[in-house]
Design a binder for this molecule. Structure first.
Ligand SMILES: [Zn+2]
Length: 130
């Protein structure tokens, strides 16, 4: 794969992510054919084989995975305010683990600090001594 092909693929994957929040301007499409296997005798499960270029199979698989995790609300955009632009959200895309709300420790700590600051300003007399 040439560096330009890789950059093109990165752009398409970024387009897939943007698609999740309807902010995509990138057209992600391709042609893939498929074949189903006979149902498994014990489980009844069928297999699906996809045929296409590596690039198209990669994009299709990524789209299916993103869709699966998005439907379970496991892929989120970080709502924490940015460090230098608190009026804008961080917006980093992350895979939520358990009850995780923010993309990482930095954003979680920033939100906790701001919450504490607000609490301290609201009730200045009730602050605990360190
Ligand atoms: Zn964040």
């Amino acid at each position: 794969m040439r560096p330009q092909d890789f950059r093109d693929l990165q752009k398409k994957v970024a387009g897939l992510f943007s698609h999740l929040w309807n902010t995509s301007k990138e057209n992600v499409s391709g042609r893939v054919s498929f074949a189903l296997t006979e149902p498994d005798r014990k489980t009844g499960d069928i297999g699906i084989f996809f045929f296409g270029s590596v690039r198209e199979i990669f994009l299709l698989t990524t789209a299916l995975l993103l869709n699966q995790y998005r439907m379970g609300s496991k892929i989120l955009r970080c709502p924490a305010p940015r460090k230098n632009q608190p009026e804008k959200p961080c917006d980093r895309i992350f895979l939520r683990i358990r009850k995780q709300q923010y993309c990482g420790k930095t954003c979680t700590d920033r939100v906790a600090q701001q919450t504490n600051r607000k609490r301290e300003t609201r009730v200045p007399g009730k602050r605990k001594a360190a």
